[in-house]
Design a protein around this ligand. Structure first.
Ligand SMILES: Nc1ncnc2c1ncn2[C@@H]1O[C@H](COP(=O)(O)OP(=O)(O)OP(=O)(O)O)[C@@H](O)[C@H]1O
Ligand SMILES: [Mg+2]
Length: 861
């Protein structure tokens, strides 16, 4: 081992920094390059296809080296991040001089902490999430560092998992001890993208440490009631403090939220309803694609967030509806407003970069233009309409700042500050003088050239400049004998000699100094301007958020107007009544007028369970999804594709698709189907909406039929899960249940047979389908005649047998008492789990009421 005192200073500086970031690639700035050494150099060279060399770092010391130019950092960062690396950027913090330059890590770049516009998807949020589990509870916190959104919640383990999926994070922080157990499952579960898992030492999640970190940063504790939320948020904060010292100051608020305020959507439901992505994995063909006609990036991100978090709170939903209605009624203003929004930069993200100092002059100019547009936008709503008032109140015009930007910066600045010419003439007297000096310098050189030509009589004498040698006087070989004695030789070329004079040298230093000073001055004026803008950050951010929301609301009005959506009536009772409803995505894929609208009437008191039969391709799945999507749209505050709708708010939407193929995941499809069905039955409440699309299909007919029927009976009888249910099936035997269970209704989808050909009408009507037409469809598909004939024979036999089997099952359905007992058992379980010492008096009282209510609805004494 070398004596540390003999280690050259630069090497020592590097090792010291590397020691603090052992699990990251350290990029060490040396002049115009970021260099990586040792192992990191090998990695960098391999991943980026760079040349691997060695660097001389002092006597007898050569280390592997790979470097990338400072200017192309972003480009290379993208590749490194995509490949799962974390990168610590270590910059030079003092200007180059003779002594050792001070360097430190200014930023750590990980998938969850990207700031560079080039690395971020403009219309999507990039979440950094932290997650911890303790017994049956879990804490989740998330932050979007580009917009400063920071929130945390505590929930049951199951709910927290769902929350994680819903957020679709880029990076998840987990305690080391959990990383292997829970952490390992995270990438498979998050939607659409694989999250990077970052394990942190368990201590980082320690309650006291987290509480203190939050208190020190935000002042008074903001997440009081939820201990696991505090720990999740505290861990994120500490992580950012270590990795993003410049960004973390910008977080000025963390709020807690409770998942009960939102419809719970599990990953399968989100995937099968194709809310954000179609099954093909693209956004095309998804609900989002139909709705995302937002203008601004803020609006687009907000729309996604609202779709992820449908509300259950009636007043909040009605408030959004009012705003949509207002925009719908005023087409001209709406159009003008959307045109104005088109003028806006990504205010939310740009203002973040202003504060962190990474903003470009061009972005500031665009920011200025956007701020000027705020006044025009406010002016559009001069009458201050009540439905928009709370949001408009946040849009405070920023004319002073807009004015300041306009005065300070040229209209069309170069992409980077270093290129110069950013500050407008007339803004700084000193800058103007220096620029004049440089400009006069040109005239001076021309004058000098003329003067020297006259003095020496050399007509071809030239005054020039190059980067290496500076200013010179060039004389061609044939004229060298005319050179006066005060010329000092500088450089020899093939056909000429270059000289300088004391006068020229003097000029050179004046110019160099002026240029240097101009650079300094432009940079410091720009930084001052940014600091001034940053003082208004909170206001600008609030305006940006409000405008993002208004963008969404106006977009919904636009969609409603164009696609013929209506305002649903929202009620608290568990009822759903839809007249001429349509599937928002399928209807857009068909030629106008081709989609067949259908009615729906569901209520837990009467038509609780609809059993839907109909041949393949008739539209069963489409109908189920349509009801789910209309409910979802209603509960984000949007209007819905129907002629009329009454939606009793739901607390959960479950959609299960029985024909799913899980082979790629190595799981039996039937087993998965049953696990998921169990999960639904455990979690549904009487306010839920359940859609079963052909469950029980993955096993033998009679097993499947028996299970499907037992599930329906359970949903019908069990007081807790008496949920609105749609059940699409090919088991025609199930339609017998209508006669046995009072709240079951049969519906089927009409098809007609014309000259032996099937015609799909896609109309949902009461009653059961009399035939499957499966054999018919097979004939259409060209199966040989003898097979078809034999199949027809067999079908008749099976149908007769099926009826007998159903009769045998009749007795079972008439024993609802058993379910009541099972509900008693649940109550007992809850009491057993309860620790009275941990309850506040209010909680105890609430619990008592709940238990009593549960007992009453279970129907037993
Ligand atoms: N209401 C409708 N109006 C017009 N076309 C429709 C309607 N419903 C469904 N379709 C068309 O029929 C196709 C098949 O619909 P869907 O997948 O819902 O049938 P299905 O009954 O679930 O079939 P399977 O039993 O094979 O699952 C859809 O892709 C769509 O093009
Ligand atoms: Mg189907």
């Amino acid at each position: 081992m070398r004596d540390p005192h003999l280690t050259p200073p630069l090497r020592r500086q590097y090792l010291e920094i590397k020691r603090r970031y052992p699990d990251m690639l350290v990029l060490f700035q040396v002049g115009d390059f970021f260099e990586a050494f040792d192992e990191d150099a090998l990695t960098l060279a391999r991943e980026l296809g760079l040349v691997l060399t060695t660097k001389y770092m002092g006597k007898n010391l050569r280390v592997p080296l790979a470097g990338i130019p400072v200017v192309s950092l972003t480009h290379h960062l993208r590749r490194l991040i995509e490949r799962g690396y974390k990168v610590a950027i270590c910059e030079q913090l003092t200007p180059p001089g003779r002594r050792l330059i001070h360097r430190d890590v200014t930023r750590v770049v990980t998938p969850g902490t990207l700031l560079e516009p080039a690395l971020l998807e403009e219309r999507a949020s990039n979440y950094l999430v932290s997650f911890l589990v303790e017994d049956a509870r879990a804490g989740v916190a998330f932050v979007e560092i580009t917009t400063g959104e920071f929130a945390a919640t505590e929930a049951s383990r199951e709910q927290a998992w769902e929350e994680l999926t819903r957020l679709g994070p880029a990076e998840v922080l987990v305690p080391q001890s959990l990383a292997h157990a829970e952490g390992a499952k995270i990438p498979a579960l998050t939607l659409g993208r694989a999250a990077t898992i970052t394990p942190l030492a368990d201590e980082v999640f320690a309650p006291d440490l987290c509480r203190r970190a939050l208190q020190d940063h935000f002042g008074a504790a903001s997440l009081e009631a939820q201990p696991l939320a505090i720990r999740a948020a505290g861990a994120i904060l500490q992580y950012l403090q270590r990795t993003q010292p410049r960004v973390v100051e910008q977080l000025d608020r963390v709020h807690s939220y409770t998942l009960d305020a939102f419809i719970a959507l599990d990953p399968q439901t989100i995937a099968h309803l194709e809310i954000f992505q179609s099954r093909a994995g693209t956004s095309e063909g998804s609900l989002l694609a139909v709705l995302d006609r937002t203008i601004t990036p803020m609006g687009s991100r907000r729309l996604k967030q609202w779709l992820k978090y449908p509300l259950v709170d009636l007043p909040a939903l009605r408030e959004r509806q009012e705003a949509v209605q207002w925009f719908l009624d005023r087409e001209a203003i709406r159009r003008e407003f959307r045109a104005q929004l088109g003028q806006l930069a990504d205010l939310e993200r740009v203002i973040g970069r202003v504060k962190s100092g990474s903003v470009t002059p061009r972005e500031v100019v665009a920011l200025g233009r956007s701020l000027r547009a705020l006044a025009a936008i406010r002016a559009l709503f001069a009458e201050d309409p009540p439905p928009l008032r709370p949001r408009l109140a946040q849009v405070i015009p920023q004319d002073t700042i807009a004015q300041l930007i306009a005065e300070a910066l040229v209209e069309d600045p170069p992409p980077s500050l270093e290129q110069g010419g950013v500050i407008r003439a007339g803004f700084s007297k000193e800058l103007d003088e220096l620029r004049a000096l440089l400009k006069n310098g040109k005239a001076y050189l021309a004058e000098l050239e003329a003067r020297e030509r006259a003095r020496t009589g050399i007509r071809s004498l030239k005054v020039g400049y190059n980067k290496v040698f500076g200013y010179y006087i060039e004389v061609t070989k044939p004229n060298l004998h005319l050179v006066p004695p005060d010329y000092i030789r500088k450089q020899t070329l093939v056909g000429a000699e270059r000289f300088f004079t004391l006068e020229l040298k003097e000029h050179e230093s004046v110019v160099a100094h002026a240029e240097e000073r101009i650079r300094e001055l432009e940079s410091s004026l720009f930084q001052q301007l940014c600091a001034r803008i940053a003082e208004h950050r909170a206001d600008i951010l609030r305006a940006a958020r409000a405008l993002g929301e208004l963008d969404v609301l106006a977009t919904w009005a636009e969609v409603a107007a164009e696609y013929g959506y209506v305002r649903p009536q929202l009620v608290a009772e568990p009822r759903t009544v839809i007249r001429n409803g349509r599937h928002p995505v399928v209807e857009r894929c068909l030629p106008a007028g081709q989609f067949v609208p259908n009615d729906t009437a569901l209520s837990t008191e009467e038509a609780q369970i609809l059993i839907l039969t109909g041949p393949n391709l008739s539209g069963k799945s489409t109908y189920l999804r349509q009801v789910a999507l209309i409910t979802l749209l209603a509960q984000v505050g949007s209007f819905v594709p129907a002629e009329e709708a009454l939606i009793g708010v739901t607390d959960r939407i479950f959609y299960r698709f029985g024909a799913e193929d899980y082979i790629s995941q190595g799981r039996s499809s039937f087993f998965v189907e049953m696990t998921e069905t169990a999960a639904i039955l455990n979690r549904a409440t009487s306010r839920s909406l359940i859609l079963f699309d052909e469950i029980g299909r993955g096993t033998s007919t009679y097993d499947g039929l028996a299970l499907a029927r037992a599930v329906i009976e359970y949903l019908h009888h069990h007081p807790r899960v008496r949920a609105r249910t749609l059940f699409a099936t090919h088991f025609h035997e199930l339609t017998e249940l209508e006669q046995l269970l009072p709240r079951v209704r049969n519906f089927h989808i009409l098809v007609v047979e014309e000259n032996g050909e099937l015609r799909f009408l896609h109309r949902v009507v009461p009653g059961r389908a009399t035939r499957s037409y499966g054999v018919q469809v097979a004939r259409l598909a060209g199966l040989p005649r003898p097979i078809i004939r034999r199949a027809e024979e067999l079908l008749a036999e099976y149908e007769a047998q099926g009826r007998r089997a159903l009769e045998a099952g009749r007795r079972v359905a008439e024993r609802p008492g058993e379910y009541a007992t099972s509900s008693l058992r649940e109550i007992a379980d809850r009491l057993k789990r309860l620790d009275p010492n941990l309850l506040t008096p209010i909680e105890a009282l609430t619990m008592l009421y709940e238990l009593k209510r549960a007992l009453e609805t279970s129907g037993s004494e």
